[in-house]
Design a protein around this ligand. Structure first.
Ligand SMILES: Cc1cc2nc3c(=O)[nH]c(=O)nc-3n(C[C@H](O)[C@H](O)[C@H](O)COP(=O)(O)OP(=O)(O)OC[C@H]3O[C@@H](n4cnc5c(N)ncnc54)[C@H](O)[C@@H]3O)c2cc1C
Length: 395
């Protein structure tokens, strides 16, 4: 990859920078500091999403016909680089614009594209991911939430957990088991779900830092029209793979998670003189940050050649989790007040960082993917791969 901008890329970068200078919100939206008001943050995230849409920056790589910019991966990368300078950090729209949107574009019907894509981009409708269950996280295909056909509808019963923002979401994308007589992956169907449908009960889970991010979601005979099914009946796993790849890429490249500039600025302003060990720690964070930028560039290059970046997305997700943890350690070490009171950005990052080693597939699962697909090691044995779901042993 050539790291110098071509004249066209430099012009694109200048345009992005100008937009951000003129419109970026002054107060970061992304801080999950529990002392800030969630509804206010959500409202500001909606406004920011709308502003991005009005100026053509809401979805860089979506095709123009669906309201995107139709930009290539290199431009998307430049946009991420510029965005990172402004520490806006609005992650509320990642489940929608970052995950559901690309999946609907790839697998949705015309009616689904017409109904969902524009409201998502304009910040009008806000989405959540309804995949994980108490007994299906890393082994997502073990999910047990059941959908049974009833005329033109499906009736869904079961439970999801760790659903980010579900208590505020307008729509969700849901996996349910439609044929337990088939093997785990073969009996799953993918649905789009209006979160106001009767029978859905959302119970927020309080974080260790006092905030609310996740929810438990219970389904009691929830009626979903067949028109809201995406992909084939029992063919949901292929659709799911598209969502999971976009999730890893969205998390791994997220400019909102860590800013080297913020860390250096806070260290300079702290008045604390880093000792030799802390200086080494900061240098290590700088190197990991740079490595992640270069990995991001590699993914974009692959995408621009039409190649599949699934494995790089796993490496990026691993690298980002490590970077955010190390950055939080370094930031908090130089913020003694934050370390004592638990208040402030670095104290918050310190508590939040472990979540990144789990969300979107744990570190161990990313390592399994890298071991099998990059290093060519033998696949992890799964003696029940072909067993019917209903015959699987349960604890
Ligand atoms: C911040 C955050 C946001 C999230 N948001 C959502 C959301 O919006 N929607 C949603 O559906 N889910 C969400 N999740 C859930 C997330 O996808 C799951 O937590 C994740 O997939 C892990 O599943 P689990 O928690 O059930 O852990 P488990 O799968 O039970 O894993 C427990 C431990 O065992 C290890 N392990 C499991 N299997 C293997 C294996 N084969 N090889 C090696 N080690 C293994 C894991 O690495 C882990 O350390 C979120 C999670 C977090 C932390």
């Amino acid at each position: 990859m050539d790291f110098e901008d071509s004249p066209a890329e430099a012009a694109f970068r200048a345009e992005a920078r100008k937009f951000l200078e003129e419109h970026a919100p002054e107060t970061p939206i992304g801080s999950r500091d529990p002392s800030t008001d969630r509804d206010d943050r959500l409202e500001r995230a909606r406004r920011w999403q709308r502003t991005c849409h009005e100026h053509g920056w809401a979805a860089l790589m979506w095709p123009k016909e669906f309201g995107g910019r139709g930009a290539g991966p290199i431009e998307a990368y430049i946009w991420e680089q510029e965005l990172a300078q402004f520490s806006i950090g609005a992650s509320y729209f990642v489940p929608g614009v970052g995950m559901a949107g690309p999946t609907i574009i790839a697998h949705g019907t015309e009616a689904q594209k017409q109904q969902h894509l524009m409201p998502m981009l304009r910040g009008e409708l806000f989405w959540c991911q309804l995949f994980s269950e108490p007994s299906a996280g890393s082994d997502l295909a073990a999910l047990g939430t059941r959908a049974i056909r009833d005329g033109d509808d499906w009736l869904v019963s079961g439970q999801k957990v760790w659903s980010s923002f579900a208590d505020k979401a307008d729509w969700g994308f849901l996996l349910a088991r439609t044929d337990p007589a088939r093997s785990k992956r073969d009996g799953i169907t993918y649905f789009l779900l209006d979160m106001k449908t009767p029978g859905i009960h959302v119970r927020p889970i309080k974080d260790s830092n006092g905030g609310i991010h996740f929810n438990e979601v219970f389904f009691d005979q929830v009626r979903i029209p067949d028109a809201q099914r995406m992909g084939e009946i029992n063919g949901g796993w292929a659709v799911t793979r598209t969502t999971l790849m976009h999730e890893r890429m969205a998390i791994g490249s997220a400019s909102s998670m860590f800013s080297m500039d913020d860390l250096l600025r806070d260290i300079r302003n702290s008045g604390v003189e880093p000792d030799a060990i802390q200086r080494q720690q900061i240098a290590q964070v700088y190197l990991w940050n740079r490595s992640l930028e270069l990995l991001n560039a590699r993914v974009m290059t692959k995408l621009s050649r039409g190649e599949d970046p699934t494995t790089e997305a796993s490496v990026m997700k691993l690298a980002l989790a490590r970077l955010v943890s190390a950055g939080a350690d370094a930031g908090l070490a130089l913020d003694p007040r934050g370390a004592q009171t638990g208040q402030g950005h670095w104290a918050y990052q310190y508590v939040f960082a472990p979540a990144l080693h789990i969300a979107g597939g744990t570190d161990e699962i990313q390592r399994n993917i890298i071991a099998e697909r990059v290093l060519g090691l033998p696949r992890e044995p799964d003696p029940f791969k072909e067993t019917a779901f209903e015959d699987l042993p349960r604890s």
